[in-house]
Design a protein around this ligand. Structure first.
Ligand SMILES: Nc1nc2c(ncn2[C@@H]2O[C@H](COP(=O)(O)OP(=O)(O)OP(=O)(O)O)[C@@H](O)[C@H]2O)c(=O)[nH]1
Length: 330
């Protein structure tokens, strides 16, 4: 008898919108229901600074995963892992990078070799309410980015409008107007703070309602092989760069530096050693906010990853040396 298909959910959304926050919450909700989840994480940059959050999970990491065809091929290979009996899971969550087009992931899942193993239930897209309007205007001149942002929204079967704690009613109204123009009427929008939402809402099978729009015109999730080839030929405009193995920093100085980074820096994350209170902390920088959490494992290397669009990398590196480390060279 053939195995039942693994219900699969794709978590999409731009850099820092809250995908990992939702993923972690879903994992803990699954566990309290006695379900065994599997996860696939894509990261930009060669280190996954968040790996320690998923200790003990059946997890596949795809680092430096900048979307497109390479990630699709890798994903196809990696997904075979969950089809082996010893790695069986009850449900699978796939988190794309913040610059991934969820259709690319969907397409990998419809590969004939995987179609019998996985059944995509929903594409859940996070939108950062505090940055939604700003991003639309910052990126208005780049067709490629505009299209990617648009795809993240229009291919969703459910939108989580997250970070609602950071916006007022007026902004909210403007976002709704834009979203409603982009979305099909049946696509639900749920407002969230720290991705708080009933698990049952997330688990609803919503895929069939948008199946038509996803396969529009091409019969393969809206993406032709010709388009794939194109992707290989030009570099993606988003870049990640990292600084590693730096000494302890002053928390206030470091936070101040992060907050005044150029607008082209869209996201930061990593591990820093603080001078006081001393110890190794994980930090997140998104929507101009900084969060720090002391790490259980105090034995990691320090690492700072910045992700952005046309970032003045050298200028940033020098300002890190001068303003945070207060040295001349790292
Ligand atoms: N104020 C506020 N912060 C939030 C909310 N949701 C998430 N965050 C914070 O935003 C930051 C980014 O959240 P993540 O869940 O890591 O976002 P992501 O989409 O996985 O980010 P990428 O790794 O860039 O793809 C973290 O510091 C979160 O704690 C929210 O509703 N309100």
């Amino acid at each position: 008898m053939s195995q039942p298909k693994i219900p699969t959910y794709i978590l999409s959304g731009f850099l820092g919108s809250g995908k990992t926050t939702v993923l972690l919450k879903m994992l803990s909700d699954f566990k309290s229901r006695g379900l065994k989840p599997g996860i696939v994480l894509n990261e930009l940059g060669q280190v996954n600074v968040e790996g320690h959050m998923f200790k003990g999970e059946k997890m596949l990491e795809m680092l430096d995963g900048c979307i497109c065809c390479t990630i699709q091929d890798d994903l196809r290979e990696e997904l075979q892992f969950f089809l082996q009996e010893e790695n069986a899971v009850d449900v699978l969550l796939i988190e794309g990078t913040g610059v991934a087009n969820p259709k690319e992931i969907l397409e990998a899942l419809t590969d004939p070799r995987l179609r019998d193993g996985f059944e995509t239930q929903s594409i859940i897209s996070l939108a950062d309410a505090s940055k939604f309007l700003e991003y639309q205007s910052i990126f208005s001149s780049s067709r490629e980015i505009r299209e990617m942002l648009n795809e993240q929204i229009t291919s969703a079967t459910l939108i989580l409008l997250n970070k609602m704690d950071l916006v007022n009613e007026k902004t909210k109204d403007k976002i709704y107007k834009k979203l409603r123009k982009q979305l099909k009427a049946e696509v639900e929008i749920l407002e969230t703070v720290y991705g708080e939402v009933e698990l049952d809402e997330l688990l609803k099978k919503r895929m069939s309602t948008v199946a038509v729009s996803l396969s529009k015109g091409t019969g393969n999730a809206g993406h032709s092989h010709h388009e794939h080839e194109d992707h290989h030929h030009h570099e993606h405009p988003f870049k990640a760069f990292k600084i590693e193995d730096f000494p302890a920093v002053e928390r206030i100085r470091f936070e101040k530096w992060l907050k005044k980074l150029p607008e082209s820096v869209l996201r930061g994350k990593g591990m820093v050693s603080l001078a006081s209170p001393s110890g190794l902390y994980q930090f997140q920088f998104a929507s101009k906010e900084v969060e720090m959490e002391r790490m259980e494992d105090q034995d990691c290397r320090t690492c700072l990853i910045l992700i952005g669009y046309n970032m003045p990398i050298e200028e940033i590196r020098v300002s890190f040396q001068q303003e945070v480390l207060q040295t001349v060279s790292i």
